[in-house]
Design a protein around this ligand. Structure first.
Ligand SMILES: CC(C)(COP(=O)(O)OP(=O)(O)OC[C@H]1O[C@@H](n2cnc3c(N)ncnc32)[C@H](O)[C@@H]1OP(=O)(O)O)[C@@H](O)C(=O)NCCC(=O)NCCS
Length: 150
């Protein structure tokens, strides 16, 4: 089941992000709280049998009419079971409802698994940015985009 995030989902989301990337938990909390209050941001939760298995946060950018996905995370142990696809389908559905032109996202240049996943979903390379990420071994980002068609 995919649903909108609620404040009480925060700790489970922080745990997923921390366990995937080792991100600082306080920073994760800060962004979760900030984004959940912002009307241009949407955080969606994937839930299975009462357990949070994944999340995505995206922003609708009015000025250029695009949706930017900041996160798409599936918890370890739940990957490869269609959860990432379900979350992405929901982003696409909402992007269509907004009549957005494109979905953009960034991923670590060496994250082959994620890049293969997005390419399979029709995303194409839109650019790259060196030294984009503040933490982690690889700091270079690959920017991917998908046309949103009716
Ligand atoms: C990348 C990620 C979001 C994919 O979600 P998922 O739930 O594991 O993927 P799904 O089960 O929905 O798989 C969807 C498709 O991608 C394919 N896929 C999944 N992992 C893959 C891999 N390692 N290599 C190639 N294809 C892969 C599946 O075969 C499937 O194809 P199908 O629809 O034709 O059967 C998830 O694995 C994840 O959260 N990874 C860690 C965090 C991360 O890197 N997030 C992206 C950062 S931007």
């Amino acid at each position: 089941m995919i649903r909108e995030a609620r404040p009480e989902d925060m700790e489970a989301c922080v745990e997923i992000q921390h366990s995937l990337f080792g991100d600082d938990k306080e920073k994760c909390r800060y962004y979760f709280k900030k984004n959940i209050k912002d009307k241009d941001f949407t955080t969606l939760i994937a839930e299975s049998q009462g357990k949070i298995t994944g999340l995505t946060t995206f922003q609708y950018r009015r000025w250029n009419n695009i949706v930017y996905a900041y996160t798409l995370y599936v918890a370890k142990g739940f990957q490869g079971k269609g959860t990432g696809s379900d979350l992405l389908s929901e982003i696409l559905k909402r992007a269509r409802a907004l009549k957005a032109r494109k979905i953009f996202l960034d991923t670590i240049r060496t994250n082959k698994k994620a890049i293969d996943f997005y390419k399979k979903k029709g995303f194409k390379k839109a650019g790259s940015i060196s030294d984009y990420y503040k933490i982690g071994k690889c700091k270079d980002a690959l920017i991917l985009s998908l046309d949103v068609k009716g």
